[in-house]
Structure formats: structure tokens, C-alpha cells
Design a binder for this molecule. Structure first.
Ligand code: ZN
Length: 67
């Protein structure tokens, strides 16, 4: 990893949620990625077009693209 580059938080590959810890608390997935782009904060999933498109039902922080 190049010096000066901040390490990204892990996100769940299944539901794209930014997580703290070893596994995703939402879907239980443990397939994580630190290679992602597009920080997304969902506050009201019911009223968010993006959340609906990404099948997000819970408020929280998500990654738009996960590689
Ligand atoms: Zn998940």
C-alpha cells in the first residue's frame, strides 16, 4: 500500500454496507472488500431512490461500487 494513502474501511460484498469488525451484521456475510468507491449515506431508505435501486432497507453507510 502506498504511503500516505488512507486505508479504507471494509465493506460487505453482499450488501455493500460499510462495516466495523469482521463480518456484516446485516446479512451475516464475511466476504469483505477494502477496494470500493463512492461513499453513500442512507438516512431514510424508504425515501431514497438509490437505496431502492441497491436494495438497501436499513439506514447506514454504504459503498456505491465494490470491486
Ligand atoms: Zn452484508
Amino acid at each position: 500500500m502506498p504511503a500516505g494513502k488512507k486505508k479504507q474501511a471494509p465493506v460487505c460484498r453482499e450488501c455493500h454496507r460499510v462495516i466495523d469488525g469482521e463480518a456484516c451484521a446485516i446479512c451475516g456475510g464475511s466476504t469483505l472488500s477494502t477496494d470500493w468507491a463512492g461513499y453513500l449515506i442512507i438516512i431514510k431508505p424508504d425515501e431514497s431512490e438509490v437505496a431502492r435501486r441497491m436494495n438497501i432497507k436499513l439506514a447506514g453507510r454504504y459503498a456505491l461500487k465494490v470491486r
